[in-house]
Design a protein around this ligand. Structure first.
Ligand code: DAK
Length: 261
């Protein structure tokens, strides 16, 4: 791998896009390597992922404008498919993914962060969809995910004006869940991921599926999806243990880690 670092710390995996010279811009190779990294995550051992960018300046400054500038229509379509496939893989990845946004998250970078389950950012983070200034529309799901996250009115304003917003505004409109001093960002991401990793993995996965799939359908269908995934947790070792532990009156007992079974 030239442009992706992957490190596992306990039950938390951290993927770092490592193309600092180009502010971690996404070219085809970065997208291929990110795809391969996700395929290689050991889902028996890892229960939460963190996605971040290398260096202090940028999460991802967008799709690689140099590479895109010479694409034919067919190549543009293939590049778009490559990006959309990997972003969708991330969005539907069985375990939660936290984007730790450490600087610029522009265009494809903002879209990448929005494909993650949760976004937290550093005080220097900048978000935006500058595509219309380049003569294109957001192409990695930006028109869809931004509207779902912050509402159609705010998404339209950001996309039509191509104006970047800073961390405090991203927090105010709900694009990120929390803002931290840059030097604390990864530790905070690790802390949140560690907290998620301690909970029953099958239940956490089913929550992700229920929220994602439920948001795509009407409420009657969504409730059926939830019922199915709720029922699916029963008879698992973790459900039996989690409930038995609660009911056990011996307060001296220490809770064992969940088994993912
Ligand atoms: N692509 C390629 N290189 C980039 C880049 C990018 N997006 N962003 C930065 N770089 C490179 C710069 O060219 C520069 O390289 P050198 O000149 O050193 O070789 C290096 O990173 C440092 O950048 P700057 O010198 O510009 O640094 P500054 O601090 O002055 O400015 C900046 C930082 C982030 C404000 C600025 O670099 C900038 O505005 N970057 C471009 C941001 C942007 O417009 N991003 C959106 C790209 S459009 C599609 C699907 C999706 C997409 C497209 C198609 N299909 C479905 C087909 C997505 C599109 C986008 O993401």
């Amino acid at each position: 791998m030239d442009f992706i670092l992957y490190e596992v710390n306990g039950a938390v995996g951290t993927i770092t896009i490592n193309r600092e010279k180009a502010l971690n811009a996404l070219n085809s190779q970065v997208l291929d390597e990110l795809n391969a990294t996700l395929d290689a995550v050991d889902l028996d051992a890892v229960r939460c992922l963190i996605l971040t960018g290398a260096g202090a300046k940028s999460f991802v400054a967008g799709a690689d404008i140099g590479e895109m500038s010479t694409l034919t229509k067919a190549e543009g379509e293939a590049f778009g498919k490559k990006g959309n496939d990997v972003f969708r893989k991330l969005e539907t990845f069985p375990i939660p993914v936290i984007a730790a946004v450490n600087g610029f998250a522009l265009g494809g970078g903002c879209e990448l962060a929005m494909s993650c389950d949760i976004r937290i950012c550093a005080e220097n983070a900048v978000f935006g969809q500058p595509e219309v200034g380049l003569g294109i529309t957001p192409g990695f799901g930006g028109t869809q995910r931004l509207a779902r996250l912050v509402g159609a009115g705010m998404a339209k304003q950001m996309i039509y004006t191509a104006r970047n917003i800073k961390a405090d505004e991203a927090l105010r409109i709900g694009l990120v869940n929390a803002v931290y001093p840059a030097e604390e960002l990864l530790a905070q991401a690790q802390k949140m991921a560690g907290g998620i990793a301690k909970n029953a993995p099958i239940a956490v996965r089913n929550c992700k599926k229920a929220i994602n799939e439920g948001l795509d359908v009407d409420m009657d269908k969504a409730i059926v999806i939830e019922e199915k995934l709720f029922g699916d947790c029963f008879e698992t070792e973790d459900q039996k243990y989690g409930m038995a532990f609660f009911l056990d009156k011996n307060k001296e007992k220490v809770k064992e880690p969940f088994q993912n079974k």
